[in-house]
Write a protein that binds this ligand. Sequence first.
Ligand code: NAD
Length: 475
Amino acid sequence: MKTITLNKPMGMLIDGEYVQTKKTIPVINPSNEEVIAEVPDASREDLDKAVAAAREAFPAWSSRPTEERAELLMKLADVIEKNKEELTELLMNENGKPLQASQAEMEDSIRWYRAIASQRLEEEILEDSEVHKVVLQYVPLGVVGAIVPWNYPMNLAAWKIAPALLTGNTLVVKPSPNTPLSTLRMAELAKDLFPKGVLNVISGGDDLGPWMTAHEGMDKISFTGSTATGKKVMKSASDNLKRTTLELGGNDAAIVLPDADPKQVVEGLFWAAFANTGQVCVDAKRLYIHEKMYDEVLEEMITYAKTIQVGDPSDPKTGLGPLQNKMQYDKVKELIKETKDSGARIAYEGEIPAGKGYYIPVTIVDNPPEDSRLVQEEPFGPIVPLLKYKDMDEAVQRANHTKYGLAGSVWGKDLELAYDVASRLETGTVWINESQVMQPDFPFGGHKESGIGVEHGKSGLAAFTNSRTVMIKKK
Ligand code: NAD
């Protein structure tokens, strides 16, 4: 893949200025391991400046009519759209996701800004009698810290920036140090769009996140990332009782019902499990197949897997790219080794390109023990176990036997049975005969250790506000 070269150093957006730092962090293209850019390594003082600017901007921004804030979000969507080719190229190079997937992420983030800008969180009249009127208002929180992971940098930033700004908050956004380029460039393009200090975007190393969560000047942390980090965020944010929304890891189960047609479900199941090379929080990470058609599903899955090219993200024929970073690559390699060493049968191991890049083959494991690490933990890579079950209660019990509760899916013809099974899964989202469908007006969030709170829809907007109940005694 041709590595892009950035013709100028990347900067951060603080208080309306696009600023550089002396200390920088290298960004690596995971498909060839080349350093493609250097980005600012924000100091604590840089963070303080960004928070102070956001705080200063808050009174004026929060008093503007929602319509005006919405209009600026629409303009942000226009700016991204106008520059989507450049941003997509940055995204593909920093993340390693194939061209079509990078384009889809860009389109999705544009769609998201527009859709959220059209949503409204109106005040509600709870009572209006002769003697009493009660009004429920939603008031912005203040300064929001948005912390984003590396798997969907543009989308997951949009999920935070759009609702936070629409509801009248100001923002400090931190992309992952692994994938800061598209977000920083978007910030540069949007530099003069918002009043200064309303939207700040900063990049940094491992200290920056903890500084943000502990910062006294922040009123909320909207965090997407792993469960382990989410727990640290919650602990650190508790010092000044910051509001938190935590969108965390998952170990989603897909349950294939006894009446499913293996040929029909296999393509959907494959992408449910392997989308983004297994690096999606809601990828199906355990596939429970009824014993009566287990062998057939396994065989069809392998046949389908053979048709998917793993390789250079810029090649239009590529279906799956590399893992995004070395740490994740080493983790998944170690898990595959452990799975092999345990004696589990590897039913399929695909091909990867020779040479550099964090490539891992599509790996399908044949019915490993339920208590193996592969089944119990979130691999976040292209290795998936197919698991055999005998009856429905057993499948539901095994699907729910996890600390995670993000999402799940059910596949089969009998929609009543599928709905019944879906309603018994302890997760925030369940799909029937599809997967990973997200919409700006459908609340999304995790049960158990997959998170706290939701994003999207009216509840997603409300999460960026405090409620205020005003009671008026008329007489
Ligand atoms: P991560 O938790 O390592 O990092 C996420 C972000 O937090 C990054 O920006 C990182 O720099 C920052 N960070 C790291 N340590 C921090 C700390 N102590 N305090 C504050 N911030 C800190 O996660 P990741 O490896 O980037 O992403 C993969 C994980 O994210 C997976 O577990 C995946 O399931 C999860 N995820 C969840 C969702 C969801 O919506 N539920 C979506 C995408 C990814």
